[in-house]
Design a protein around this ligand. Structure first.
Ligand code: 0L1
Ligand code: MG
Length: 262
């Protein structure tokens, strides 16, 4: 690791303060160009520890940058992993305060809840299928803390992959009733279609993102416990939102998820 524990803790405090105060900051690799992936995840882990120490609960895991459209939008080729906490959840059909965020964007995500633990290495789509309890649609609101979206992937990982808000809605379905690859998603802003895709946009199959997450955690001696809510990543590119915007994400077979930014 290139960063010592004091620097890791200081970076976590810096990034978490930026999140909680809705203030943008320069990407952290500007000052720490040698930091590696382990350093980046160590900063994220420290942010997680800080939140838990204050009483926040970690209520889900997320894969990010998993769709071909998002990878192209960001000019990257590697998914990243993060978490969501209880205070980030907002109700379906509710309001989201824009002034609590820096420059939010929304993305429609196919999500699952597991009923068995998943541990890599060697996890694949089939192992994930055996561990999925149900599928549920959500919209993630990402809000990179980096000024003008000038970041690299290690900075993004340290910043908990831009996690900010999420809305679970629609209706849950058993995996057996769905083909996640052909499941269509239409994203509307203010009543107009702004993006659309099918589940296969996420690594060929959204559950491949879960398998990749299990293998990523396995390499770090961790696993995905039974009962985990997992966001598999936006199926389309992320869409910027302003106060007054209404978002409606329609998921084939899973209903819709909506919210208004105020
Ligand atoms: O959820 C995600 O896809 C993470 C995106 C991280 C980069 C960004 O803020 O766009
Ligand atoms: Mg996402």
């Amino acid at each position: 690791m290139a960063l010592d524990s004091r620097t890791t803790a200081a970076l976590a405090e810096h990034l978490e303060n930026a999140e909680l105060g809705a203030r943008d900051v320069a990407k952290i690799t500007d000052d720490h160009p040698d930091m590696g992936w382990d350093d980046a995840y160590a900063v994220q882990d420290e942010i997680r520890r800080r939140k838990q120490a204050r009483g926040s609960r970690i209520v889900g895991l997320k894969a990010g940058l998993t769709s071909f459209a998002k990878m192209k939008q960001m000019g990257v080729d590697t998914p990243v992993f993060g978490f969501v906490a209880d205070y980030m959840a907002r109700p379906d059909g509710g309001e989201i305060r824009h002034d609590e965020l820096i420059h939010p964007k929304v993305e429609a995500e196919i999500c699952v809840v597991t009923n068995a633990s998943l541990k890599g290495p060697g996890c694949h789509v089939g192992s994930v299928m055996a561990a999925v309890d149900f599928v549920v649609p959500a919209v993630e609101v990402i809000d990179s803390r980096y000024r003008d979206f000038k970041f690299d992937l290690k900075s993004v990982v340290a910043d908990n992959t831009s996690s900010a808000r999420f809305v679970i809605g629609g209706r849950s379905r058993r995996l057996d009733d769905l083909d996640l690859r052909t499941l269509g998603v239409v994203l509307e802003k203010n009543g107009e279609i702004v993006a659309m895709a099918a589940g296969a946009a996420v690594l060929g199959h959204p559950l491949a993102a879960v398998a990749m997450m299990a293998n990523h955690l396995g390499a770090r001696g961790q696993h995905i416990p039974a009962g985990t809510f997992i966001m598999t990543g936006g199926v389309t590119e992320a869409i910027a939102v302003e106060p007054g915007d209404t978002i409606n994400a329609r998921f084939q077979d899973l209903g819709a998820v909506s919210m208004r930014f105020v």
